[in-house]
Design a protein around this ligand. Structure first.
Ligand code: UFG
Length: 328
């Protein structure tokens, strides 16, 4: 019985594939390689195709005895989603339904879904728990929230049980040095700072220094990608044990400002980061910090990388060894 991982060649997907393989589990990867990297999938069968193609999905489900699905495949750029909502609702929401329909047809009843903190929008209070109102401020967050709604209905109607995992700020790399973060284009804070230190960029721009936070810059909750991977495996096990449809936040529960992240990078690397202060990036909430108490309590999730220095050190190891990401 195999676990089907969609988007398994992407950043969080490839780390989860590796974690599943470390446990000796049978994994099949499906990815269109639009953003993912073939080299990020080491020893699992990789089927290259798109969830927009029901015949391709049917072919994969026909070849394997799929026990459960972990669904990462999606577009994930907030700014792009505002410009092209059509792409986001189609890829992230409509195509997820193609996958679900194949699951119904093949009687696969367990799904772990890659959701996001963006489902909450601008927070009313922090830390954010799972009961916080859901009011996404962009099509990316909406496209994921719609899937969460669909999942609840598919449980009632078709018996597919699911766990939606709402990630806060994923960062870091597997300590093996074999896989890490490589987005084209890169928009995330930590890789951009590290690329600056490697001479790939002239400086890091701080987007906004006038937020109502202690140092004026945005605060985020950074969570190591391997701690995210562990949570997916715990969620799969909970579903296998008969668990019901639910959603969990995944963060460390501690917020760091952009300036604090830059200072921590300087401490870890021993280098000075060239900084330029710029205007706010539209749509950025001032503070996003998770309460992940629910998954700690229900699934005994126990993050191993709560220390920001350790997290950054793992990313630095990857970026130094792979300054051009997977393309070198
Ligand atoms: N930032 C900078 N300079 C940069 C890049 C980022 O100052 O060059 C700042 C941002 O303004 C933000 C913080 O660093 O305050 C973190 O930005 P990221 O782009 O790394 O991450 P986000 O918090 O914007 O995005 C994350 C996830 C998204 C998700 C979003 C929900 O990566 O997938 O949270 O709000 F949609």
């Amino acid at each position: 019985m195999a676990i089907l991982v969609t988007g398994g060649a992407g950043y969080i997907g490839s780390h989860t594939v590796k974690a599943l393989q470390r446990q000796g589990r049978d994994v099949v990867v499906l990815d269109n390689l639009y953003k993912g990297h073939r080299q990020a999938v080491k020893d699992a069968p990789l089927h290259v195709g798109d969830l927009g193609d029901p015949a391709f999905i049917a072919d994969v489900f026909g070849q394997y005895s799929v026990d459960a699905v972990v669904h990462f495949a999606a577009l994930s750029l907030v700014g792009e989603s505002v410009q092209r909502p059509d792409l986001y609702f189609r890829n992230n929401t409509a195509y997820a339904m193609n996958l679900l329909d194949a699951m119904v047809k093949h009687k696969v009843d367990k799904l772990v879904f890659s959701s996001t903190a963006a489902v909450y929008g601008e927070p009313h209070s922090v830390p954010i728990d799972e009961d916080h109102p859901k009011a996404p401020t962009n099509p990316y967050g909406e496209s994921k929230l719609f899937v969460e709604h669909i999942l609840r209905r598919y449980d009632t109607a078709f018996g597919i049980r699911s766990v939606s995992l709402r990630y806060f700020n994923a960062a870091g790399a597997d300590p093996s040095g074999e896989i890490g973060e490589d987005h084209q284009p890169e928009t995330h804070l930590i890789p951009i700072i590290l690329q600056t230190l490697l001479g790939k960029r002239e400086h890091i721009e701080i987007f906004g220094t006038d937020y109502s936070t202690p140092d004026g810059t945005c605060i985020r909750d950074y969570i190591h990608v391997n701690d995210l991977s562990d949570a997916h495996i715990l969620a799969l096990d909970a579903l296998a044990a008969g668990g019901s449809t639910t959603a969990y936040n995944l963060g460390c529960g501690q917020g760091f400002s952009v300036r604090e992240v830059i200072r921590t990078v300087e401490k870890v690397t021993g280098r000075t980061v060239p900084v330029v202060e710029s205007p706010r990036r539209p749509g950025d909430p001032a503070v996003l910090v998770a309460s992940s108490e629910r998954i700690k309590r229900d699934l005994q999730w126990n993050p191993q990388y709560e220390n920001l220095e350790t997290l950054i050190a793992s990313a630095w190891q990857w970026h130094q060894a792979h300054p051009d990401g997977f393309s070198q």
